[in-house]
Unconditional design. Structure first.
Lengths: 450, 391
């Protein structure tokens, strides 16, 4: 009998630009970028240089601190540039696609392989970074065995893609093989979380070898961290792994066909997209061919991911490693005359201080304006309303700001990731950069414990 | 509004570092952001942000205070005219009161904001909006006859000693408005208690009709003269002597509704303050050792500053407890101590101010225990996992 967890706290941000459930085609960009900045805590060490020819699955760089973790090219072609940012930090390795050569990793039934061989294969293929861990919300440590593995089967973020639609348009056999492979990596269970609304009509319910849990409630119910907290919480010294659903397909394909091909169904969403729809695309692909001619006019913010946790990307930038969604919203670089005093019938707010709160079904078209200046923490009890975990957000933030390691540990830092507090950042009237604070705390903790 | 915007943009360089008026940078910024929400966009983290900011939050509180302020104007006039034997028209009383209260508000804002501007400039911060509320709260909890210099002194004390030395808005331990009142209460008790200061003109004592005492219900109760109390309805409506904004329970309830509906004020604190007062009132009724103890418990809610304190003072998020469970305890104890101090301590006719300040001190302790219970829960969970052999 599967469990249903009912969550009350949280907030569904209702935005314009939900993707229509229609697969509008496959996008084949010429350029692909692998971005070390997608992986917190990574110190990249290059294995290729501009001009080198690569296959899909050829390592581009690895983690200097964990050389076994490799980041490989998603397509075959030629490395054309290594773009660097401030202090020569590697921002992205760009590959120009050409042909379809794949590095061969061998096909095999994961159940017939010892777990060491499975890990080795995933590591070499470059798919390992898809597996992440709590504590710290970083790429999983291959030397450990987690107490369980989680896969979130739905996404509640603003304008998030519909996972059921994605699954319907993907090869279910790969998913099942991927889960077999994962089952060899843990002595515990593989938990798949589903939205309680899709109970009884999701293909994911037919999977073998998984424990289903249903969740009801607003965002962030779809966040894997929230699900772990309620199903199999991470205590000190314990590790839980998790992987995005679409990467499990790629994992299965690795074992069935012996190739690395991180193909995704992604949603192009947002108020500034003329016709929001789904597209098939390889991870790391340039957004240019995806967005070209499909956007409205004006100053736009292009985001790889959702509006809460995604990364700002140039229109010619690349799809992030973990992203299944691209969002385009208007920029908000204007000053508004007495904006704080306006009645605000069209203003998006979690609070009930604007007229818009009288219309709970209203859909909004917010821009990137900060809507105020940064202040000290003043309001209390607000963050708690959007964090459906038994955690005191404000006290955790303050412990991090004070760099109080013991207190951070006591208050549950091992269980959280910055994405779990993205809504706190959204609702904060003091405009405090809460996700950055959490990341700082996680990095601090990780350094302290290693 | 482009004209204004252009003007501001032209002036701006003079107010930045190296400009002619660089010392007024924070003041300029304060006015600029007051008129225009800045064009700053999100840089990292969440790309969209809630439309609410500190200005909006504080505006809501000010809005919630307006009914109490308007009634305060009316009642100030009413009490004044009554003391001279005249029954005034509503508008006549309101206008008189407005003219008497306006200087208090101006002095409060001028002194308080002046200090805030200087502090912001020294720290290189933006000006905090917190004082917009405090600056209105302070006049509302003053007797109408308080001299302006005294008010200025109290404001300066509360902003500098109560807030800025702790690091400014968000860092203070005590409720700044109550601190201002407490400062005067202990420094100039003659001006903050007794029967004369609550009615305009009574201190000067000209043309006062015989028999008008100006005593507040609390003073009457403390003196054991329960029979002289105004009717419950009169106290509920607020046509009684008292601090400017505290007398009308109806006006305060309207304000409370604004705070609760918008979610800006904590309903948990408000409810629990009344809960604490109710429990203590009932207990005293049961003991019934003197006439004050016999006073029906619900009288406490309409007398003095109980309602005002519960709605506008106890709910100050900075000096209250920060945890939701803590808010229940914090509010309840404020209610308990308010009534206890009133009835059992003859030295202080009003207990609300001291009860809230006392609980401000204990708020971090309450939070500490609430947070500890969360920590213990987490540790227990870890032990259970260990014992059941889950890796």
């Amino acid at each position: 009998m599967s469990r249903t967890v009912k969550l009350k706290k949280g907030y569904d941000i209702r935005l314009e630009g939900v993707a229509e459930k229609k697969l509008a085609g496959t996008v084949n960009p010429v350029l692909y970028g692998v971005k070390p900045t997608d992986f917190p805590g990574l110190v990249p060490k290059l294995e290729v240089g501009p001009g080198d020819t690569v296959d899909a699955g050829t390592p581009l760089f690895h983690d200097k601190l964990r050389p076994e973790v490799k980041f490989t090219s998603p397509v075959s072609g030629k490395v054309i540039s290594v773009n660097r940012g401030e202090r020569r930090q590697i921002m992205e390795v760009v590959v120009e696609s050409e042909g379809s050569r794949f590095r061969e990793f061998g096909n095999s039934d994961p159940l017939s392989l010892p777990d060491v061989r499975i890990k080795e294969k995933i590591l070499q293929s470059g798919l390992w970074p898809a597996i992440r861990q709590r504590p710290y919300h970083v790429i999983a440590n291959a030397g450990e065995s987690p107490k369980s593995i989680f896969i979130s089967g739905f996404d509640t973020a603003p304008l998030a893609p519909d996972y059921n639609f994605i699954v319907e348009n993907s090869n279910l056999a790969w998913l099942q093989t991927g889960i077999k492979a994962l089952s060899k990596l843990t002595s515990g269970s593989i938990y798949v979380s589903l939205n309680a609304d899709s109970s009884g009509n999701s293909i994911l319910e037919t999977l073998d070898g998984v424990v289903l849990t249903y969740f009801s409630g607003p965002h962030p119910a779809g966040n894997v961290g929230v699900q772990i907290h309620h199903v199999d919480p991470v205590n000190k010294g314990e590790t839980v792994w998790y992987i995005n659903l679409q990467d499990v397909f790629a994992l299965g394909r690795l074992f069935e066909e012996g190739i690395y091909r991180p193909e995704r169904v992604i949603a192009l969403t947002g108020s500034e997209v003329i016709a929001p729809q789904y597209y098939r695309m390889i991870s790391g692909g340039s957004l240019k061919p995806l967005a070209e001619g499909k956007l409205k006019q004006g100053g736009l913010r292009c985001i790889s991911g959702n509006v809460l946790t995604g990364r700002k990307t140039e229109p010619e930038g690349f799809l992030g490693f973990y992203d299944s969604q691209v969002t385009v919203i208007p920029e908000g670089d204007y000053s508004e005359f007495f904006g704080w005093a306006a009645p605000g019938a069209a203003k998006l707010s979690f609070s009930r201080t604007f007229l818009s709160s009288l219309f709970p079904r209203k859909v909004f078209r917010p821009d990137t304006n900060l809507h105020g200046g940064e202040r000290a923490f003043v309001v209390t009890g607000l963050y708690e309303k959007v964090v459906p975990m038994d955690i005191y957000p404000m006290h955790l933030f303050k412990a991090i700001l004070a760099e109080d390691i013991d207190m951070m540990e006591n208050l549950g830092i091992y269980e959280v990731a910055e994405e779990d507090f993205a809504l706190c950042e959204f609702v904060c009237p003091s405009k405090i950069e809460i996700q950055s604070i959490i990341r700082k705390g996680l990095d601090l903790m990780r350094n302290e414990m290693s | 509004m482009n004209f204004l915007r252009e003007k501001l943009d032209k002036l701006k360089p003079q107010f930045t570092k190296g400009g002619k008026f660089e010392k007024l940078q924070s003041v300029f910024e304060g006015f600029e952001t007051f008129m225009f929400v800045p064009d700053k966009v999100t840089f990292k983290g969440s790309h969209i942000r809630d439309s609410i900011d500190m200005k909006r939050t504080m505006t809501v509180v000010i809005l919630a205070l307006v009914p109490a302020l308007l009634f305060g104007c009316y009642n100030t006039g009413l009490q004044h005219f009554r003391s001279t034997g005249i029954e005034p028209a509503i508008f006549q009383a309101g206008w008189y009161g407005f003219l008497r209260i306006l200087p208090l508000i101006i002095v409060s804002y001028a002194v308080g904001l002046g200090i805030e501007f200087i502090a912001a400039q020294i720290r290189g911060h933006e000006i905090n909006e917190g004082y917009l509320v405090t600056g209105l709260l302070i006049p509302l909890i003053m007797p109408i006859d308080v001299p302006l210099w005294m008010l200025a002194l109290a404001v300066a004390f509360s902003v500098i000693i109560g807030k800025e030395i702790f690091g400014g808005t968000g860092m203070n331990i005590f409720n700044p408005a109550l601190l201002a009142r407490a400062f005067l209460f202990f420094s100039y008790p003659g001006w903050m208690s007794g029967d004369l200061v609550w009615t305009d003109g009574l201190v000067a004592g000209k043309n006062i009709v015989d028999g008008f005492s100006g005593a507040t219900p609390l003073a009457l109760s403390a003196a054991g003269e329960i029979s002289k109390l105004p009717s419950f309805m009169e106290m509920f409506i607020g046509t009684i002597p008292g601090s400017i904004g505290e007398t009308s329970t109806i006006a305060i309830i309207i304000g409370a509704a604004v705070l609760i509906i918008t979610g800006v004020g904590s309903w948990k604190i408000m409810v629990s303050v009344f809960g604490g007062g109710l429990a203590t009132g009932l207990l005293l009724n049961a003991l019934s050792a003197n006439p004050y103890m016999d006073l029906p418990f619900y009288y406490h809610f309409v007398m003095g500053g109980f309602a005002f304190g519960a709605v506008f003072m106890a709910t100050d998020p900075v000096s209250a407890t920060q945890t939701e469970k803590g808010k229940w305890i914090y509010g309840f104890l404020i209610g308990v101590f308010s009534v206890l101090l009133r009835v059992l301590n003859p030295a202080y006719p009003e207990g609300v101010m001291l009860a809230i300040l006392l609980m401000n001190v204990f708020a971090p302790l309450i939070d500490y225990y609430v947070v500890q219970s969360n920590i213990r829960r987490r540790l227990r969970r870890a032990k259970v996992a260990l014992n059941t052999g889950v890796k």
